[in-house]
Design a protein. Structure first.
Length: 329
């Protein structure tokens, strides 16, 4: 019940591109499987080196994507995009794009996505093309100042409506960061990768003088595009209420938690190491590395143990402790 249409077009007469086919192949490979190899999206891949990618074929494939029922539908497009100033219409361009037949209008893509709800509960449209930010500005007839993004629709584009989408050696600049995010860099503590997290990852990576991505959403449910290994194992996160009986609790530490006896001060060398404490300390250190807990009155967890202070939850840690207590992990 999760399907994706992934399109990459390099072969344009007179203005060929370099990297869009590679972009599409890489995105398709990532969307097909989660990080553990389990199936994710059923992907249809259209690339100009092996498939028909003229305007008509692109339009037909997009229409097919929005037919029938699905939990989630993804449209990814890498290729030329353009705005016709005479009509103020935005397009994604098939390989036969020309004056008078520029391609598939973004307004039509958005309209189909809007109409598909609630048969398709969530739609994510990702565009790596010039002037693609126009997709977030498609306006309603009754309210020209309001974007017509329907319920369940998310849009993530490489640039704003006046921007260009830069190409790299092997991938588009936007898609290069998108691939990095989908590979795991944009995952949360539990390994979930969402469109919002991808936008944040790309937005922070691009400098203020580079192209600026656009993100718009009208959603009411949490959407996960891909699942990778959690940064902290879920069984460890579920132990947070055990380690911290209440959110303000300070977990006491002492030298028995630290297994290193070679580099500790002499006065601690004779203190025995407790194997159970060492196991707990490794879990606490793991959660510290990902911002869930912080040492008390010490710069590092090592010193919190050696100096017998302790550790406490951060705001993020208190959030995950609550989720564990409510059995939502």
């Amino acid at each position: 019940m999760r399907r994706a249409l992934v399109i990459g077009i390099d072969h344009y007469k007179g203005s060929p591109l370099n990297g869009c086919v590679n972009d599409a192949i890489s995105i398709a490979n990532l969307l097909e499987k989660n990080g553990d190899g389990s199936p994710n999206f059923a992907v249809q891949l259209l690339t100009s080196d092996t498939s028909e990618t003229e305007n008509a074929h692109v339009g037909e494939a997009i229409s097919a994507l929005f037919q029938g029922d699905a939990d989630t539908a993804v449209l990814y497009f890498a290729g030329h995009g353009v705005i016709d100033d005479a009509t103020n219409a935005g397009y994604i361009c098939g390989s036969d794009a020309r004056k008078g037949a520029l391609g598939v209008t973004l307004s039509d893509v958005i309209a189909q996505a809007n109409k598909a709800y609630p048969r398709i509960k969530s739609t994510i449209i990702i565009l790596d093309s010039c002037q693609s930010g126009f997709a977030g500005e498609v306006q309603t007839l009754n309210s020209p100042a309001m974007s017509a993004i329907g319920t369940g629709v998310t849009i993530l584009t490489a640039c704003h409506r006046e921007g260009t989408a830069a190409e790299g050696a092997n991938h588009g600049l936007f898609t290069e960061f998108l691939i990095d995010g989908l590979s795991g860099s944009a995952s949360d503590i539990c390994g979930r990768i969402t469109p919002a997290a991808l936008y944040s990852h790309i937005d922070q990576t691009l400098g203020p003088w580079e192209q600026r991505p656009i993100y718009k959403a009208n959603v009411q449910t949490f959407i996960t595009l891909r699942q990778v290994s959690p940064k902290v194992p879920l069984e460890v996160l579920r132990r947070l209420p055990t380690y911290f009986p209440d959110p303000a609790y300070t977990f006491p530490l002492d030298p028995s938690f630290e297994p290193d006896r070679e580099n500790v001060p002499d006065k601690y060398k004779q203190i025995p190491v407790n194997d159970d404490n060492v196991r707990v300390f490794k879990e606490l250190q793991m959660m510290n590395r990902h911002g869930l807990i912080v040492p008390v009155d010490a710069e590092h967890m090592y010193y919190a143990a050696i100096e017998s202070t302790g550790c406490r939850l951060s705001a993020l840690g208190a959030h995950f402790r609550a989720l564990a207590e409510m059995k939502r992990l």
